[in-house]
Design a protein around this ligand. Structure first.
Ligand code: AMP
Length: 168
């Protein structure tokens, strides 16, 4: 009898953002492409959020997915960068407008700190546009390296500008 080797499945949370072109279609297209390597388990609603960092640019649509993948953290990052590239994202200025932005928020309970990759995502706990959709699908999740859950982090932020897009 041959041995059955099964790759381990990892739970990941991925943030999607778009503020150029048809933003809803961009999120949809990213989800379709992501599903080649990440089985999507939960997805949040879509939220419209004011631009962050640079204010003179269109509003973003943001969404968070929970998925399961056999990719390692760095392979997952490579895959997300490839999807961004295939979708036509050019190298852009930091915090500037973008067709699609894909970030790894969490990877199991791992804490990773390398020049290319930081997990949990470095700024996720300061950003209501990340924590509002994340709380919708995982409010009780503890953020590794902090003493708080998603909901507890979110309570410390002002999330007043973040509107459920489907409700507009
Ligand atoms: P961005 O401008 O959001 O596409 O991110 C620029 C760079 O951030 C990427 O090329 C990654 O090397 C780096 N990075 C560090 N940590 C993360 C993470 N958790 N998810 C995605 N990118 C990350």
């Amino acid at each position: 009898m041959g041995s059955i080797l099964q790759a381990a499945h990892h739970t990941v949370f991925i943030a999607l953002g778009s503020n150029l072109g048809n933003r809803l279609e961009n999120l949809q297209s990213a989800r379709t492409r992501l599903s080649e390597q990440v089985r999507i388990i939960k997805d949040s609603q879509t939220y419209e959020t004011p631009p962050w960092g640079i204010h003179d640019q269109p509003a973003f649509l943001n969404q968070v997915l929970q998925g399961s993948t056999t990719l390692s953290p760095l392979k997952l990052l490579d895959f997300l960068k490839q999807v961004e590239k295939e979708m036509g994202r050019e190298k852009s200025i930091r915090f500037g407008p973008r067709l699609i932005d894909l970030d790894i928020l969490l990877y199991d309970v791992r804490q990773i700190n390398t020049p290319r990759l930081t997990i949990p995502h470095k700024r996720m706990c300061e950003r209501a546009f990340v924590l509002v959709p994340l709380a919708e699908i995982a409010y009780n999740l503890s953020i590794p390296g902090t003493e708080r859950t998603v909901e507890e982090h979110l309570r410390l932020l002002d999330s007043s500008g973040i509107i459920q897009f489907d409700a507009l």
